[in-house]
Ligand binder design. Structure first.
Ligand SMILES: *Cc1c(COP(=O)(O)O)cnc(C)c1O
Length: 400
């Protein structure tokens, strides 16, 4: 079977909830993926930053195989010998006292919302069911009903109401707007330190500091969704580190298990995560020994291979090089570390055709929203590889 055969099968039997490029990947190794026709591509999306450690990293693969041959799922009705070690290592790496493991990012976001609400009722003293959470326009936190309830993207929510109440959305990047939206019922402010899905939107310098301060002053929790920005992607362990901000809760996922397995987590101190009591929240697969073993290995790779430092150094270089490309189409090049957005002018007629042209030249990227090309290769990329893709990128950014 060739590419067209697989595409035809997928179109016929699968729900059309994505609009993928027509590349059918069969195999991956490091920064490279290979399609069913034998063509090699540089992966510049990294599965939305889930494969920061590179495809099929041998150390993570080894942990997966070893653990899969022992035990994979115990449920949390019993304990297993991997989860406690993941807890401990996560705490040592991130500085948070505790964590709560889930599977997908959206589940971890839901977990953070539940915890913020419980904190509001049990600690802050908000009247039950009156808690409010402030979010920001352009947010992306996942796809559950509650999460799309506070999306500002009509397309994500249009046909999916009725919505979950209790959320207020204000402009991103405007700390005063958050201060103005706070009421005695406010439990938390939840933001992405950089909005990846919205098109790599970077808030003004000092924004995170200001928001953290406003939260502290008003006895409101500060929740950072670091599912995409965290674990080295932006050149620091967390994107919040750039402003020396330590959120009350940090949500991680994606690269936590190096793309081998869905593992997410909410990180917080004991005064918060200690509020959950048995039976109030859970997940059959959350914290399973296979996921925990894989996440432990993925974290170790992140630390040992200094992926945050690599992202910082190579991201700065890559972004400088991209910014120097003369192009009639480019409006802005921005990013932090290896999370880079190239925004095209509206006259360029959308980023999609540029992504397809890059695909023809062996580079896989995806448009975010209509006009932004996101460059986010695995953090194990090297300078020579970046240098190798600059000429085809230059060519594509100068297409008519
Ligand atoms: C991907 C993402 C999510 C959702 O994660 P899933 O694993 O797809 O549920 C939430 N927040 C941010 C910032 C993300 O990038």
């Amino acid at each position: 079977m060739n590419t067209q055969d697989f595409v035809a099968l997928e179109e016929k039997f699968g729900a059309h909830n994505y609009h993928p490029l027509d590349v059918v990947i069969e195999r991956g190794e490091g920064v490279w993926v290979y399609d069913v026709d034998g063509k090699r591509y540089l992966d510049c999306l990294s599965a939305y930053s889930a494969v920061n450690q590179g495809h099929v990293h041998p150390k993570i693969l080894k942990a997966l195989i070893e653990q899969a041959s022992k035990v994979t799922l115990t449920s949390r009705a019993f304990r297993n010998n991997q989860l406690p070690l993941l807890y401990k290592e996560l705490s040592e790496i991130t500085g948070y006292e505790m964590s709560l493991p889930m599977n997908s990012g959206a589940e971890a976001v839901e977990t953070a919302i539940k915890l913020a609400r419980k904190w509001a009722y049990r600690v802050k003293g908000v009247k039950r069911h009156d808690a409010e959470i402030i979010v920001v326009d352009g947010n992306f936190h996942g796809r559950t009903i509650s999460i799309v309830s506070f999306s500002s993207e009509e397309f994500y929510k249009g046909d999916f109401g009725p919505f979950t109440p209790g959320f207020i959305s204000v402009a991103y990047g405007d700390a005063d707007a958050i201060a103005d939206a706070i009421t005695p019922n406010t439990a938390a402010v939840m933001i992405e330190p950089i909005q990846g899905e919205a098109g790599v939107i970077i808030p003004p310098d000092g924004y995170l500091q200001k928001v953290a301060k406003i939260c502290r002053k008003n006895n409101v929790l500060f929740i950072a969704d670091e599912i995409q920005t965290g674990l080295g992607r932006t050149g620091r362990l967390f994107a919040c580190d750039y402003e020396n901000v330590r959120p009350d809760m940090a949500i991680i996922g994606k690269a936590l298990a190096g793309g081998f397995y869905p593992v997410s987590a909410v990180l917080a101190d004991k005064d918060l995560l200690g509020l959950f009591s048995p039976g109030e929240h859970g997940s059959t697969f959350g914290g399973n020994p296979l996921g925990a073993a894989v996440a432990r290995a993925a974290l170790q790779v992140m630390v040992n291979e200094k992926l945050a430092e690599r992202a910082d150094e190579l991201g700065t270089y890559f972004m400088e090089q991209l910014a120097e490309i003369p192009s009639p189409h480019v409006k802005d090049v921005r990013g932090k570390g290896l999370l880079i957005g190239v925004e095209l002018k509206p006259e360029a007629k959308g980023a999609r055709r540029f992504c397809e042209a890059l695909q023809d030249r062996g580079i896989l990227v995806k448009e975010t929203h209509q006009h932004v090309i996101r460059f986010a290769p695995p953090l194990v990329i090297d300078k020579e590889t970046i240098d190798g893709i600059l000429p085809p990128i230059r060519e594509v950014l100068n297409m008519v």
